[in-house]
Design a protein around this ligand. Structure first.
Ligand code: WQD
Length: 327
């Protein structure tokens, strides 16, 4: 079996490519390299540079590589940008997905996995988010992920294709320096950037209804995210009739506040992470923590890495990409 991995040159995609290759699977990557980097791919993994909107290209790749399953990871993922550019987000994330699905059905692909996000839940008013918690996305980004889940499910049902949607919570860390996330829009890299510039990290609001007043999230190591994909692929491969229909959280089920994350970064880096508190960032929910029970039950998967391991891998990757930076 060969798996097409769209977005395979991105931060999450490249970790998934590596985990799939290490598990002995044939993979081919499609990536437009808009944010991806070909250097992240292991030697020998074929890369097709192009768009998920390019149907003739998709037809050719699926046929030439004898693709039997697709991991659709390619997407635009900046929440704020999606508010400014909803048309672009719907085109890339929904129309791009629809085009990949259409090509997959035409090529007789048996299995399809979609990268989804905790953003589908919006501002969940519960301690622990289960897959049954109502989905009320707060941004066009979250909407495109929810619409994508519906589209994948409906297509799987109609065409006998097994489907899994994985809802990532807050992904952090790096398996190796080369595979680290160069993006600076999430808490951990934003703290590193501030420290490198000799500035105190910023806390976006300390007046939330949480134990220490800062927002609580469920951070998960990228290596665990990658192993969850491999577990899902095994399940899909054991489903010749295309009857699997799963939507699963990928999290650790453990809440970590911004302050607790800053403390962990201080311990790992030895730097002073005393922060300045600035006003809340618009649209941030106070608490988003996954229940990881369903994925444990369905796929036998649980996260293995703790917060220290996430922070230390993110830090060593960051340091290697910024020689002479902080620390
Ligand atoms: C985490 C917490 C910030 C930076 C986003 C998307 C989500 C998913 C992951 C794609 C928040 C606080 C941050 C800083 C801070 N993306 N913060 N100081 O917003 O939980 O999730 O990325 O699927 O859909 O919404 O992640 O890392 O941006 O923020 O206090 O310098 O850290 O306010 O409470 P978020 P994040």
């Amino acid at each position: 079996m060969t798996w097409l991995i769209t977005g395979g040159a991105g931060y999450i995609g490249a970790h998934v490519v590596r985990a799939m290759s290490e598990d002995g699977r044939g993979v081919v990557v499609l990536d437009d390299l808009s944010t991806g980097d070909a250097a992240r791919l292991p030697a020998g993994v074929p890369l097709v540079t192009g768009s998920t909107l390019d149907r003739p290209l998709l037809d050719r790749v699926l046929a030439e590589h004898g693709v039997t399953g697709v991991l659709h990871i390619a997407a635009k993922k900046q929440v704020g940008e999606s508010v400014e550019q909803p048309l672009r987000y719907y085109r890339e994330n929904v129309e791009g997905l629809r085009t990949v699905l259409e090509a997959a059905v035409a090529a007789g692909v048996r299995s399809f996995l979609l990268s989804s996000s905790a953003a589908v839940y919006g501002m969940p008013d519960v301690e622990t988010v289960t897959e049954d918690t109502p989905c009320l996305p707060m941004s066009p980004y979250g909407e495109t992920k929810l619409a994508g889940e519906w589209l994948v499910r409906a297509t799987g049902r109609a065409h006998g294709m097994g489907t899994v949607a994985l809802r990532y919570f807050n992904v952090a860390g790096a398996a190796t320096a080369e595979l680290g996330d160069p993006g600076v829009f999430n808490l951990v890299p934003m703290v590193f950037e501030r420290l490198a510039a000799g500035l105190p990290p910023r806390v976006f609001g300390a007046d939330y209804p949480t134990p220490d007043g800062t927002c609580v999230r469920d951070y998960i190591h990228i290596a665990d995210v990658a192993s969850a994909h491999v577990a899902a692929v095994r399940r899909l491969e054991a489903d010749p009739d295309g009857e699997v229909r799963l939507t699963l959280n990928i999290g650790r089920g453990e809440g970590v506040s911004v302050r607790e994350m800053l403390d962990a970064i201080g311990r790992v880096t030895g730097l002073d992470t005393t922060a300045e508190t600035v006003p809340r960032r618009a649209g941030d929910p106070a608490r988003v923590v996954a229940s990881a029970d369903l994925i444990a039950k369905e796929l036998g998967w649980t996260a293995e890495h703790d917060l220290e391991s996430m922070v230390s891998s993110a830090w060593s990757g960051w340091q290697q990409r910024h020689p002479g930076g902080a620390g």
